[in-house]
Design a protein around this ligand. Structure first.
Ligand code: SF4
Length: 232
C-alpha cells in the first residue's frame, strides 16, 4: 500500500496528466491506482458518475449521505441505483437522528444555523465514512457555479488526506444531458419538476431557481451559503 505522502505526489502528477482526459480514463486510473480504497460519492441528483465508474470498475462503492432531510424522490433514486446498477451503495448517516438533533439544538436548525446543520449531517458523516478509502470521486463540475469554476480533475484533499477526483469537472450540462440520453442513466425525478440542484428538502436548503438564475441558486437561497462544507 502506498503512503499518504506517495498519494499526495501521485495526485499532483495525475492532476497534470489527466486534466484533459475523458472521464472514463480518469476513473480507470483511479480504479487501477486505489482499487477498493476508491469510492464515488453521490447526492442522487443523478447517477452519471456512478454509471461512469461502474463501467470501468463494476461493483464500485457509491457513498450516499442520508441526512434524514432528503426528498422521498432522492431516497427512491438511491434505491433504484442500488437495484439496477453494478455498484455497491453505502449509506452514511449522521451520529444523531433528526429528533435527537432537535432535542439538543432545537427544531429546524437548518433555518437558524445551516452551517452547523450541514457540519453535523453532511460533513461529519462523510469524513467518518471516507476513512475507509484513499481516494474519492465527486460529480463536481466547473460550470455549476462560480464557486466550482476552478475544480481540478484530480487534487490532493489535504484536509482529509485523500485524493479527490472530479472526473466530469470539465463537462457542461449539455455533456451530462447527452451522456444521460445515450446511456439511459437514472435521474432524480425532481429534475423534471424544475429543480436544477437537489439537496435536502427544507425550502431554506433546496428551492427551484428563478427565471434566468444559475443552477445552484436555489441552494440555501438568500443565506449567503453556497456549499455545504464537503467541498470547501
Ligand atoms: S442541506 Fe439543510 S437540512 Fe441538509 S444538512 Fe445542510 S442545513 Fe441541514
Amino acid at each position: 500500500m502506498s503512503s499518504v505522502t506517495d498519494y499526495e505526489a501521485i495526485a499532483a502528477k495525475a492532476a497534470v496528466e489527466l486534466e484533459e482526459a475523458p472521464a472514463q480514463e480518469v476513473l480507470r486510473w483511479a480504479a487501477e491506482t486505489f482499487g477498493p480504497r476508491f469510492c464515488v460519492t453521490s447526492s442522487m441528483e443523478d447517477a452519471v458518475v456512478a454509471h461512469l465508474a461502474s463501467s470501468v470498475f463494476p461493483g464500485v462503492d457509491v457513498v450516499f449521505l442520508d441526512t434524514g432531510y432528503h426528498f422521498a424522490e432522492t431516497i427512491g433514486t438511491r434505491d433504484a441505483v442500488a437495484a439496477v446498477m453494478p455498484v455497491n451503495v453505502i449509506t452514511l448517516k449522521p451520529l444523531q437522528t433528526v429528533a435527537e438533533q432537535d432535542a439538543q439544538y432545537g427544531p429546524n436548525l437548518h433555518d437558524r444555523d445551516n452551517d452547523l446543520c450541514c457540519a453535523l449531517r453532511k460533513v461529519e458523516p462523510l469524513n467518518r465514512g471516507l476513512a475507509a478509502y484513499d481516494a474519492w470521486a465527486t460529480g463536481l463540475r466547473r460550470d455549476e457555479s462560480p464557486s466550482r469554476a476552478n475544480t481540478p480533475v484530480v487534487a490532493w484533499d489535504a484536509k482529509r488526506r485523500k485524493v479527490k477526483i472530479a472526473p466530469i469537472a470539465r463537462w457542461t450540462q449539455d455533456d451530462v444531458d447527452a451522456y444521460v440520453a445515450a446511456n439511459g442513466v437514472l435521474l432524480n425525478p425532481l429534475l423534471w419538476e424544475g429543480y436544477t440542484s437537489i439537496g435536502c428538502a427544507p425550502l431554506s436548503c433546496t428551492a427551484k431557481p428563478g427565471e434566468g438564475e444559475e443552477g445552484r441558486s436555489g441552494r440555501w437561497a438568500g443565506s449567503g451559503k453556497t456549499e455545504c462544507g464537503i467541498h470547501l
